[in-house]
Each structure stands twice: as structure tokens, then as C-alpha cells.
Design a protein around this ligand. Sequence first.
Ligand SMILES: C[S@@+](CC[C@H](N)C(=O)[O-])C[C@H]1O[C@@H](n2cnc3c(N)ncnc32)[C@H](O)[C@@H]1O
Length: 281
Amino acid sequence: MGPAAREFNFTTRDFERVRRLIHALAGISLSDCKQDLVYGRLARRLRSSGSHSFDAYLNEIEAGNQTEIEFFVNALTTNLTSFFREAHHFPVLAEHAGRHKGAEPYRVWCSACSTGEEAYSIAITLSEVFARQPAKAQIIASDLDTQVLEAARSGVYPLDRVQGIDPARLRRFFQRGSGSTEGLARVRRELAALVRFEQVNLLDSRWPIEPGLDVIFCRNVMIYFDKPTQRKLLQQFLPLLKPDGLLICGHSESLMHCADLFRNLGRTVYAPLGGNPLPAR
Ligand SMILES: C[S@@+](CC[C@H](N)C(=O)[O-])C[C@H]1O[C@@H](n2cnc3c(N)ncnc32)[C@H](O)[C@@H]1O
């Protein structure tokens, strides 16, 4: 939509304020070309909150209005995801988990889980590996956006979201809705029990995550962060991972600038430096 047709005046100065605020709140760096997208997403909120201008709305955010900050952050995150997205990572996870010995749980942190598809894909993979003892898998799944977390916790998806999943897995791990839930699939209780959802801001300097993780999934979120923010995040991941643990990133997230922290095993799978990990395929 061109500026002339806009319902609210949205100046370059407003955009700069949005940029500064979302960077400070979520680490997200917005490029110049995101101006229309930002307008579209925030204008909806201005309308429903009864705000008359971007200036007044952004004053509320700057004043620390927590309810508004939550809407603001939720509106500006990009939540695109799917079941078994970047499918080559799941055999790597299965192989790594298959080597897990000992009685202690195998722990995975899915650190930007969006609406939950990634966390449940991890849970399906680990249920198959630990077939006799599925509870051995413990998955902590987190996101900053409270709205996507609500969807993730519900574990309910329209059928078209699950149609790419192998039919045998679909039967085993999902329940098909009928009557009022026709057209929906729900994650079975046994699978949902493996995943704990929490709100975590990756930008925070402390996270409610116990160390000793076997794997961290951090896929398709670092692309929104600038390099110093990425580096700080990776430095914080390091002490949480076991020496033979893995960090799994998204397809366009190369950690070349952090080669002193993580070793590239190929296909955006990384090992903490000094560890002795399973080579990725
Ligand atoms: C594009 S989705 C990726 C979802 C999933 N990891 C995948 O690869 O399919 C990016 C997610 O990162 C979340 N996010 C953005 N900034 C964040 C932050 N500072 N802390 C935690 N999550 C954040 C967004 O809310 C969004 O759900």
C-alpha cells in the first residue's frame, strides 16, 4: 500500500523508532525494505487498540506498557514453520540420540519453536529412537511470541499442515478430529507429554534452561539478528551444551564469524569446539 492510501500517517521517523524498539526488545534487525510490512502489521493493532497515531502508539511502547509491548513483539515476529522443515536434520538428530547411553534423559532445547511443529517433529523423531522408553526424551520448546506459544501448547493443526507427514507417523502420533473438530488434527497426549513450552527471549542474558543439553535447535531465527547479537547468543549456548552435543541452525545461518566457538559439521549442524561429536551426514 502506498503512503498516500494509508489510514495512519507513518513517517520515516516512526519506522526508525519501531526499528530501535524491536531491536532492543527482541534483537530483530529490520531492513529498510520492511517499511510496508511493519506498517501493515502495526496498523491493525493501532485500529483495535484505538490509537490515533503511530506517535502516540510508540510512546506507549517506550513508556513500558507491558500489554502493548507483547502485542508489538508478537506483531513483528515472523513465525513461518512446518513439520519436518529442513528434513535432513532429523536423521542427524536420530543418529545422535541413538548413541545416547546411560539412564539420564536425552535433552533437546528447541529455542525458537513458533507454533510447535518443530518441537513435535523432534518429539516424533525421539519417540522412534527411544521406542521402549519414550519418556527418555525431554524437549524444552520456547519462543518469545506468546501467541504462537499458545498455539503450540494446544497441539492442534489444520489437516493441511500435517499432510506432508508420513501416514504411519500421522496415525501413530496424531488424532483426527470429527464433528466440531472436523478438519483438524491433534497431537496425541503421549507425544505432547515429551514437550514443555516456555516463553524465553533469546536476547535475555539469563535463560531458565538447565545445562547439560544434548542438542539445541536454533533454526531460522538468527537470520533476524545482527552479527553481534548472534555472537552473544552463541556464546550463551556454549555452556549449556554437553561437549558432544549439537547445535542445529537454519539453512541460511552460517556461523562462519563464530568459528572460534562452534565447528561446522556440514548442513548447518555445529559442534561446540573442544567436543567430540558425531559427524553430520
Ligand atoms: C521463522 S520462525 C522459525 C521457527 C522454527 N524454528 C523453524 O525453523 O521452522 C522464527 C521464530 O523466532 C521467534 N523469535 C524472534 N525473536 C526471538 C527472540 N528474541 N527470542 C525468542 N524467539 C524469537 C519468532 O517469534 C518466531 O516464532
